[in-house]
Each structure stands twice: as structure tokens, then as C-alpha cells.
Design a protein around this ligand. Structure first.
Ligand SMILES: Nc1ncnc2c1ncn2[C@@H]1O[C@H](COP(=O)(O)OP(=O)(O)OP(=O)(O)O)[C@@H](O)[C@H]1O
Ligand SMILES: [Mg+2]
Length: 239
């Protein structure tokens, strides 16, 4: 390979071209240049998606295509509105409510994946318990501001499994701070098995609970996951 070309490609940060320019076959200069650019752009986009995917820490879900049959969307909503991330344009929140195995984690992950792969958004998936642990830990180590700054940069924060574990006072207060910080600034998807009336059991304090619910539901859509547990169905099919 021509070292001068490689040197220039490096200076111009054209890493795909630098390594691969000599392998392109084309019948005209124009076609050659076009192919170089196309490949360089494609590689950059893939790199960007990977850079966003890794820190998003999505769980492994699915296998079967997502089944919308038992998902209840109110009138102003449809699948596309969720999957294209249009709810994020106005910093709306989504509240996924339903029983175990009904697809809450699956759909929230699907929406998050789409937001990254198709729209280059910045997304982070946490279970409520894992976020609260991180917050408590950061608070203890004096790095809370750094964690808050990371969250501030997101377009979408996914909080999975509100309700399975009650929070201690300090954890609840820190979680409230995060929700407050996100309010009207970015979107949250929160999944839960509890009706609002029972959120008190998670946050442990009625005033704090009311403040959390007030912020979350102000610009939000409630999506109800009906139906039976798919985990249960799948295990019966396998037997
Ligand atoms: N609507 C669905 N369409 C297709 N598969 C589904 C659907 N819902 C659930 N599943 C299957 O069941 C598994 C469990 O679903 P998921 O983890 O999303 O449930 P969940 O509502 O988050 O339950 P939990 O409240 O226990 O966390 C998924 O990985 C998927 O394989
Ligand atoms: Mg789940």
C-alpha cells in the first residue's frame, strides 16, 4: 500500500479508507470515490452505534418477535409512536404497568435499541435496584455529581422493575433527585407491577411518592400490559 496515501488518510481520520482503499474496484474515478465515501460513512455510523450500545447495558430479551396483542395503548398512541421514539421529542415519559412476564422489559429494551440504532440517541437501562445501588455508592464515594452528569447527557433513561423491592429512605430520596432532574428535560420509561396507589410501599413516604408520581405522569403515557406470562407460556410450549 502507498504509505503517503495512508498517511493522508490518517491525518484526515479516514480510517476505513486508510486500510481498504486499494481493494475497491471501480470503472470510473467517480464510482471509486463514491465507494470510498460510502464505506467510510457506513463504518463511522456502525462505530457510533456501538459506542452508544455498550454503555446502554440492555438485558438480553426476546427471541420471538414482540407480540402487541395484549398491550393496551391509549388513543393518541400507536406502535410507531413508541418504536420511532417520537415520545422523546417532547420529553414524554412512558409508564409500563403489568404483571410478570408480560413484556415490559422486552418492549422497553426494544424501544431503547431502536432509539440508538436508528436515531443515534443516548440511552441507559437500569433496574431501579441497580440505579439506587449506584446512587448510594456514588454518594458514599463523593462521586454523585459525576453520575448525575452522565444521566443528564441521556436522551432516554429506562428504569425497570419499580415495585419489586422497597427502597430505603436515602435510596428513595436519591431516586427522586434523578426523576426530578429528568423532568421535562428527557424521557423516562419506567416499568412496574404496582398501581400508583401502591408506590408508597416502594418510596416509603407519602409526600415523596406524590412528588415522584406528579413529575412522572405530567407528560406521560400509561401503557398496560395485559395477558399471561410469556415466560410461563414459553415453558409450557417447550414441555
Ligand atoms: N409481548 C411479548 N411478545 C413476545 N415475547 C414476549 C412478550 N412478552 C414477554 N415475552 C417473552 O417473555 C420473556 C419475559 O418478558 P419480560 O422480561 O419482558 O417480562 P416483564 O414484563 O419484564 O416481567 P417481569 O415483571 O417479571 O420483569 C421475554 O424475554 C420474551 O421472551
Ligand atoms: Mg422485567
Amino acid at each position: 500500500m502507498n504509505t503517503q496515501i495512508q498517511e493522508y488518510a490518517k491525518r484526515l481520520k479516514l480510517s476505513w479508507i486508510r486500510e481498504n482503499y486499494h481493494e475497491i474496484k471501480a470503472t470510473s474515478n467517480e464510482e471509486y470515490l463514491l465507494q470510498l465515501f460510502e464505506n467510510e460513512i457506513q463504518q463511522r455510523e456502525e462505530r457510533k452505534v456501538n459506542l452508544l450500545l455498550k454503555p446502554a447495558t440492555f438485558p438480553k430479551v426476546g427471541g420471538n418477535p414482540f407480540d402487541w396483542k395484549d398491550i393496551i395503548l391509549n388513543q393518541e398512541l400507536d406502535k410507531e409512536y413508541l418504536l420511532t421514539g417520537r415520545f422523546m421529542e417532547q420529553q414524554e415519559n412512558l409508564i409500563f404497568y403489568g404483571g410478570v412476564g408480560t413484556g415490559k422489559t422486552y418492549l422497553s429494551t426494544l424501544i431503547g435499541l431502536n432509539a440508538i440504532q436508528k436515531y443515534g440517541k443516548s440511552v441507559k437501562f437500569y433496574t431501579v435496584a441497580s440505579l439506587v445501588n449506584r446512587l448510594l455508592d456514588a454518594n458514599e464515594k463523593g462521586t454523585l455529581n459525576r453520575l448525575f452528569k452522565q444521566i443528564e447527557k441521556l436522551d432516554l433513561l429506562i428504569l425497570d422493575e419499580l415495585g419489586y423491592i422497597p427502597l430505603h429512605k436515602q435510596g428513595a430520596e436519591l431516586l427522586f433527585q434523578v426523576i426530578s432532574m429528568c423532568y421535562e428535560a428527557k424521557s423516562i420509561i419506567i416499568t412496574t407491577n404496582l398501581q400508583f396507589g401502591q408506590w408508597n410501599h416502594v418510596f416509603g413516604d407519602p409526600i415523596l411518592t406524590e412528588a415522584v408520581i406528579d413529575r412522572l405522569i405530567h407528560h406521560s403515557h400509561l401503557i398496560v400490559f395485559n395477558g399471561e406470562s410469556h415466560r410461563y407460556k414459553e415453558s409450557i410450549i417447550q414441555r
